[in-house]
Design a protein around this ligand. Structure first.
Ligand code: ASP
Length: 438
């Protein structure tokens, strides 16, 4: 039985955290492949090693002195090595990185060294083999992750090792250069490694005891979700909930491997299970709530709209022309409402409206901004009567005006639109009506 364990930056921020990680790994024989991030923040005002490395790159690329941030990087690793009492030095690796920065700085290469160096320390500390991600993780000619090539090379390599560390966040691009995933991308590496060795679980260790049912900045002490399906997670992640990198879901999902989010600082907590499907009912009707602010609604009215089959297409085309993603489309008998995010719409607003007027010839066009969307997500909603009633009565009790409602046929979520100023209050009201039931 193989488990792949990925540790985030805060789990590896200093020697004390490394020790906790080692205890976790050694407490379970099956934790054989380890994917580390770069050292993260030790305290709030601290700087992540990855950010220091990006700073080194920016300075080097501008021909400026990198002494200070590079020294800070070296200090972080040296403190970890000393704190763990290892007889091991990264001096040669530091020199190599510094030379490269001074001679031909490359952004992704520089950033990737955070994980690379941490992986070397981790392998030495655990007594595990080290597999350089550059040798086993690949991107194609378009810069996308190359699953086919990676899978065959990576699984063959993993099979040669009983226990190994594979640093997160990077691989090799089509031209043989180091390339990183987007920020937080070590989560993706962990998922790729888990899929390649057919792990029984992908454990993603972080600094919270799982996914929270709501944003803790809005709801104090939200409950932890015990389990969530991939589809529910996608809905919540899209609406702003974040714990794991969105792209980390696909490799394990495809391979049918569950993800278990765990807390390095509280390993006794069982965390959250992210699964393809589950018969387990969640404790509450809803699985979670998430939301985003600053949407616009464009209400397009035209009599007998439904008798013109090309009306929708014409409207959609006007947004497509400007590459504006449509978040939601709602329809009435003679109206069509399009919801878009302000950040994508405002700069093209007049052009889009002009195009709609020309192409679709509506009777009227109304634009409203400052709308927040809140997604109430839950696989158990469809089998329970009264869920929508509960949501709306909680909002009515809080005197919050609902501007829009959208429930997909899958009944996995209900989306409500409220004014930005009601956003936080709305989330709290909905949370409390479902979770604080006595
Ligand atoms: N170290 C990288 C970052 O800060 C990748 C990661 O932590 O997953 O984004």
């Amino acid at each position: 039985m193989i488990k792949v364990v990925k540790f985030g930056g805060s789990s590896l921020a200093d020697a004390k955290q490394f020790q906790k990680v080692s205890n976790i790994i050694h407490s379970d024989e099956s934790r054989v492949f380890v994917v580390p991030s770069a050292p993260g923040k030790r305290y709030n005002a601290d700087i992540k090693v990855t950010d220091l490395l990006y700073e080194c790159y920016e300075l080097a690329a501008a021909g400026k002195n990198i002494y200070e941030p590079f020294l800070a990087v070296k200090d972080r690793y040296n403190e970890i090595i000393q704190g763990l009492g290892l007889n091991f030095s990264l001096k040669d690796a530091f020199d190599g990185i510094e030379n490269k920065l001074l001679q031909s700085p490359e952004k992704d290469y520089t950033a990737s060294r955070g994980e690379y160096l941490n992986g070397l320390i981790m392998a030495n500390f655990l007594g595990y083999d080290f597999i350089d991600a550059a040798d086993v993780i690949f991107f194609d000619e378009h810069g996308n992750f190359d699953a086919v090539k990676t899978n065959s090379i990576l699984s063959a390599e993993l099979a040669k090792h009983e226990r190994a560390v594979v640093p997160g966040f990077y691989g090799t691009d089509f031209d043989g250069k180091i390339k990183t995933f987007s920020r937080g991308g070590s989560d993706i590496t962990g998922s790729i490694v888990a899929a390649a060795c057919r792990a029984v679980v992908y454990e993603n260790w972080t600094d919270v005891s799982g996914l929270l049912m709501a944003d803790p900045h809005i709801v104090s002490n939200p409950a932890v979700m015990k389990s969530i399906t991939y589809r529910e997670l996608r809905e919540l992640a899209y609406m702003g909930a974040s714990v794991i990198h969105e792209d980390a879901i696909f490799p394990v999902k495809k391979a049918g491997i569950p993800i278990n989010i765990r807390n390095t600082n509280r390993p006794e907590d069982s965390g959250t299970w992210i699964v393809e499907n589950t018969a387990r009912r969640s404790k509450y009707t809803i699985t979670g709530i998430a939301g985003r602010k600053n949407f616009c609604s464009i209400v397009i009215a035209k009599d007998l709209m439904h008798s013109q089959p090309d009306f929708y297409r014409k409207v959609v085309q006007c947004f497509e022309e400007k590459n504006i993603p449509l978040e939601h489309i709602l329809s009435g008998i003679d109206t069509m409402t399009v919801i878009v995010h302000e950040s994508k719409f405002i700069e093209h607003e007049q052009e889009v409206l002009r195009r709609i007027t020309k192409l679709a010839q509506p009777e009227s066009l109304e634009v409203e901004s400052g709308i927040s969307l809140i997604a109430v997500v839950g696989r158990c909603m469809k089998s329970q009567a009264g869920t929508a009633a509960k949501i709306f009565s909680s909002l009515a009790d809080a005197r919050i005006n609902v501007r829009m409602i959208d429930q997909g046929a899958s009944e996995l979520n209900i989306i409500v639109g409220v004014l930005n100023e009601d956003f936080e209050r709305a989330i709290r009201s909905i949370y409390h009506i479902f979770v604080d039931v006595i």
